[in-house]
Design a protein around this ligand. Structure first.
Ligand code: GAL
Length: 405
């Protein structure tokens, strides 16, 4: 891995940005071959998903098919609209589908995009294991596929993976707990913690959980951290579909069973904001104690940022989806131009954000998928202004709550 700084004029792309550092992790892995594809005009996709939109077809232009999981989780709305807007600015036609977190619907939506002869597929999978057949069709039709944010498993149709460093997301959450409670110097003091992880169908969810758990496990082994529910495996603490209500109900049960006798809950380690929201609600209604529980999250969803401002959630790990979109677009354009992108994409792009080219971490069962991994940021009440407002991602409303730009 090599690291260098590239100074550049602030990118015109998207929102205001931070200063530049690009990390290229060059490896010998050859990306799956991509085909330059045709330049077919397309029509709007068949009705089916939550929404389907398309822009007018530019003559001779190429079409990008984007399949997002659901509009019910805030971040995917931001991803879909950034990707669509920025691909369109580059002159591409975009077909964007959302599949209401329904696996069959997403398969149908992708089938529709293939039938419409899109030139490139960008897919954030609902279930990483369920797209093998439909992506076999994409491959037969020489349509390259970028696995967006979540790794699609069990298919050799994937050319590249673009995401944040998912293990680091969890690690940042674990380290935040470690340093906030000064666990290394806790002596005989003990703290009670409960874990809430993500959707088992989402390949990212295990990375997030393991990243956090690996930091905290030594303290659990030592007895500094105690898990009164005893629920410490990913399988036990997972949340189907990252659903807020599921996370809330599970935490209500835990509070009822293990904390109603006055036991103090110190930490609720939640893998993301939608689950943190449910856990915060459960604590608001069902927790007998009066201490402030340290609650982690991920994404910077507006409701969670408001909770951070109000002191109800302690931190979130922010992932600038605008930058994830920029990386995806530059990668997609290179693929469509017939190039075989590697670490040099980062060298040449002059992005205003950190990114590593990784050819060892993400094996989808058919081999390692070359990955572009961006770097997440810890956001707390103290640095919302610097990390989210000054960077241009959010504006504070009249009540001081961040709203996404
Ligand atoms: C993950 C994603 C997270 C979070 C979660 C729920 O795959 O990386 O940012 O949004 O899904 O949608």
């Amino acid at each position: 891995m090599k690291k260098r700084l590239i100074s550049l004029a602030l990118s015109a792309a998207l929102v205001g940005t931070m200063l530049t550092g690009c990390t290229g992790n060059e490896g010998g892995q050859n990306p799956a071959p991509v085909d330059n594809g045709g330049a077919e005009a397309t029509q709007a996709p068949d009705a089916g998903g939550e929404t389907a939109t398309s822009a007018p077809v530019a003559e001779g232009g190429k079409t990008i098919g984007i399949a997002m999981p659901t509009q019910s989780l805030e971040r995917w709305n931001r991803d879909g609209s950034y990707l669509k807007e920025k691909f369109e600015e580059k002159g591409y036609t975009v077909q964007l589908t959302y599949s209401d977190n329904k696996i069959d619907q997403q398969v149908k939506d992708i089938e529709g995009l293939i039938a419409d002869n899109v030139d490139l597929l960008v897919i954030a999978a609902i279930d990483g294991e369920s797209l093998t057949q439909v992506l076999g069709d994409a491959k037969s039709n020489n349509i390259p596929v970028i696995s967006y944010d979540r790794l699609i498993m069990g298919t050799d149709a994937i050319s590249y993976y673009v995401s944040f460093d998912n293990y680091t997301v969890g690690k940042l959450q674990g380290q935040f707990v470690e340093s906030s409670l000064d666990l290394a110097n806790a002596g005989d003091k003990t703290y009670n913690i409960e874990f809430t992880a993500g959707d088992p169908a989402d390949n990212n969810a295990g990375f997030f959980f393991n990243g956090a758990y690996d930091v905290l496990k030594p303290y659990i082994d030592k007895g500094t951290l105690v898990v009164p529910s005893g629920q410490t495996t990913f399988e036990k603490v997972a949340t189907a579909q990252w659903d807020t209500a599921n996370a809330m109900e599970r935490m209500q049960n835990i509070l009822g069973s293990y904390y109603s006798d006055g036991t103090q809950l110190d930490v609720a380690l939640c893998s993301n904001d939608s689950t943190a929201l449910g856990v915060t609600q459960a604590i608001g209604t069902d927790y007998a104690g009066s201490n402030t529980v340290l609650i982690t999250g991920q994404d910077g969803d507006v409701a969670n940022l408001a909770n951070i401002v109000d002191g109800k959630q302690t931190m979130t790990v922010y992932k600038a989806v605008a930058n994830e979109a920029v990386a995806t677009i530059d990668l997609g354009v290179a693929i469509l131009n017939g190039e075989t992108p590697d670490a040099s994409l980062i060298d040449n792009a002059g992005w205003s954000f950190d990114c590593a080219y990784d050819t060892s971490s993400y094996d989808n069962g058919t081999g390692v998928i070359p990955s572009y991994l961006l770097v997440p940021t810890v956001v707390t009440k103290d640095n919302i202004q610097k990390e989210l407002v000054d960077t241009g991602y959010y504006t504070l409303d009249s009540n001081g709550y961040p709203q996404a730009n």
